[in-house]
Design a protein around this ligand. Structure first.
Ligand SMILES: *Cc1c(COP(=O)(O)O)cnc(C)c1O
Length: 496
């Protein structure tokens, strides 16, 4: 197994190289040369294992140049009860008959990004050793909230790395800001940007692609890499939990051998649902992949018409981690569906960059419509869904998960499908306490920690230690800079 680029099929690199590099030099994304298969016998065996053992099994199928010892080292470093509040790592909650919540937020920052960003530093530093890169890796992140904190927690004090995070000064929640500005660790830097997420993102991209900056870094023994979900080291850990949850359902007697399940995913950059697609094509029996969007419904339109058109109004919603108009991981799916035709991908993604629009071929449309169902809902519907589940099942979901729940309800109404279903729950409700409280009809005129206490009263869920501990932590990073000063901040932090 090797890795090729979606924009140049002749590229041939090891998984270590793909993970260290992040993105291919042609601007394409790395994909495995084939999708490895697993059998029902394998899945049955996995049912008797814990999350770490299942992870070692799945990783060894994709990272064939890593030794079993290296993979075990990465997995054990990442998925343990020092970082996760449950030894199951990903919890499977039974909501009602045949419907399950795959809770992916039991990690240190209370969002599903931890599932990948806890292990990425291990995969990355193991990769740089394997390919003898003697440079210190500098991770630059632009964040709208969840990715930045999860990356900081993953990379803090990891030898051979530095991590710098930029966030829009007025574009993250009070809790997210507190999480980032109080970050501990000797190799971290956090800085607010005057502007919005796009300004932060464009600033990071400009630094990444500036040859002069790269040369200066190189001279000083540094290299850039990416913790963004385009990195295969972030996508592969997400495949694990879909394989693991099927093995668990089977072991628990919830499903029969070979029985198909639906998977519902609240989607932004298309990384999480793409991981479910990979799990399906490895051999996990899946009926429909259900893609849920908020008011930024570019994917709903694409998956129902085959036309991708980002020329539309951007909506700031109560599920901000899904406020995305360009879903970068879609490129990997389309590459697979068009028969690994790199010229076709260059054409579509060239058109996307130039005009913001492309339309796929009839055969790709057919494959998309077969595999996926897509739907969306607005903030009012999201809130009504949080209230409905709170009242009916005493289950409190966060704003992102509620989008998935609502779209799943609509799917069942439209199709009458009774297939058992797993809904990916992507954040702890405590991360978005204000919106969740307002949805269940409570007042929200208080600071972020009182909101958490209030939500604890209502939901009876334990408050995650990591959020409770923020209350007494002091702010380490209070710098707010202009977009034009980002490069200076990078150099200053690295001591160049
Ligand atoms: C990032 C994120 C998403 C979207 O996931 P993608 O992989 O970008 O589709 C959904 N919910 C939460 C809470 C997130 O942080």
């Amino acid at each position: 197994m090797y890795y090729k680029s979606t924009r140049d099929s002749s590229v041939n690199v090891s998984s270590a190289q793909a993970i260290a590099q992040g993105i291919s030099v042609d601007g394409g994304l790395f994909v495995p040369s084939e999708i490895p298969s697993i059998t029902m016998e394998d899945i049955k065996k996995l049912g008797g294992m814990d999350y770490r053992e299942r992870a070692v099994f799945v990783f060894s199928k994709f990272l064939t140049d890593y030794s079993e010892d290296e993979i075990t080292y990465c997995v054990e470093g990442a998925y343990n009860t020092k970082s996760f509040d449950s030894d199951n790592i990903a919890e499977l909650a039974h909501l009602f008959d045949g419907t399950y919540m795959l809770e992916l937020w039991h990690g240190p920052t209370c969002a599903f990004k931890d599932m990948a960003l806890q292990i990425l530093p291990y995969l990355l530093t193991t990769a740089t050793k394997k390919i003898n890169l003697e440079k210190k890796v500098v991770i630059l992140v632009a964040t709208s909230g969840d990715t930045g904190k999860a990356a900081l927690e993953g990379f803090k004090d990891v030898e051979g790395t530095s991590i710098l995070v930029f966030y829009p000064d007025n574009g993250v929640s009070a809790m997210q800001k507190k999480q980032m500005t109080t970050q501990e660790g000797s190799n971290v830097g956090v800085c607010a940007i005057k502007g919005n997420f796009d300004d932060a993102q464009n600033g990071v991209k400009a630094i990444f692609t500036n040859d002069e900056i790269k040369q200066q870094l190189d001279k000083n023994g540094f290299m850039f890499s990416s913790a963004n979900s385009i990195n295969w080291g972030r996508l592969s850990p997400q495949i694990v939990y879909y394989v693991s949850c099927y093995a668990q359902l089977l072991a628990d007697g919830q499903i029969d051998e070979g029985e198909k399940i639906n998977i519902v995913v609240p989607t932004g950059n298309f990384g999480n649902i793409l991981a479910a697609y990979y799990a399906k094509h490895m051999g996990v029996p899946v009926n429909k992949l259900i893609c849920a969007s908020n008011a930024n419904n570019v994917l709903t339109d694409f998956l129902t018409t085959g036309v991708y058109d980002r020329n539309r109004q951007f909506h700031a919603t109560i599920s901000p981690s899904m406020d995305i108009l360009i879903s970068s991981n879609l490129e990997r799916l389309l590459y697979l569906l068009c028969g690994e035709n790199d010229a076709q991908i260059r054409e579509w993604f060239g058109a996307l960059a130039q005009t913001g629009r492309y339309e796929v071929t009839e055969s790709v449309k057919k494959a998309l419509f077969d595999e996926f169902y897509a739907g969306c809902c607005d903030d009012e519907q999201t809130k009504a869904t949080i209230k409905e589940y709170y009242d009916k099942f005493s289950y409190t979901c966060d704003t992102h998960t509620a989008v998935a729940v609502k779209v799943y309800e609509d799917y069942v109404k439209a199709t009458g499908d009774t297939t058992k279903t797993v809904i990916a729950s992507t954040a702890s409700p405590y991360k978005f306490s204000g919106s969740v409280l307002s949805a269940i009809g409570k007042g929200t005129d208080m600071d972020e920690f009182d909101l958490v206490d209030e939500l604890a009263q209502c939901s009876k869920l334990p408050v995650p230690d990591s959020l409770a501990a923020l209350k007494t932590k002091s702010v380490r990073f209070d710098k707010v800079i202009d977009k034009s000063e980002m490069k200076d901040f990078v150099f200053e932090t690295l001591g160049i």
